[in-house]
Design a protein around this ligand. Sequence first.
Ligand code: GRF
Length: 187
Amino acid sequence: MTARLLVLASGTGSLLQAVLDSPLARYVVAVGSDNPEAGALERAAEVGIEAFCVIPSEFPSRRHWDQALQRAIGAYAPTLVISAGFMRILGPELVQEYRNRIINTHPALLPAFPGAHAVPDALRYGVKVTGCTVHFVDEGVDTGTIIAQEALAIEPNETEEHLHERIKVVERAMLVDVVTSLIGEQP
Ligand code: GRF
């Protein structure tokens, strides 16, 4: 079956860009966001990839938003959903529908420092080594089965911005490698 990749992103979308700059680009069927300002939406538009935005504040409840996101994703019949800097927890029904077909990239060595503030949390704790993780998404927060990890030594007096950018360089390559191996040989 030909891969159909759907990328979810909330922010600047540099991880999305890594996918779009790789041979995986031809399998990307859509980009989804929760944030109308997301750079990821512009990056999709630049290369003519369909994009959608499901904005939480436009829904009366979390459950309604979950359902709308699930519908929007389902419209593209993806074989793999890639959470690449998507800063929201995915609803349990979405996770159930795409069990082992949603991956997330996280800027820390899970199970250390889950959640939205992994980079400052690692710096504040004072660990000397951190890194990034690509994992399958389950119902928890960054708790799914780990697929790949890479470590980075933290530099003395390193700022959050500097460290996060160094992590993202590694994340981008790791994400492309993981997706490439998950989708296997393609026609
Ligand atoms: C990545 O570090 C990702 O792990 C985290 O947010 C960052 C996204 O970066 N959740 P970008 O928007 O793709 O540049």
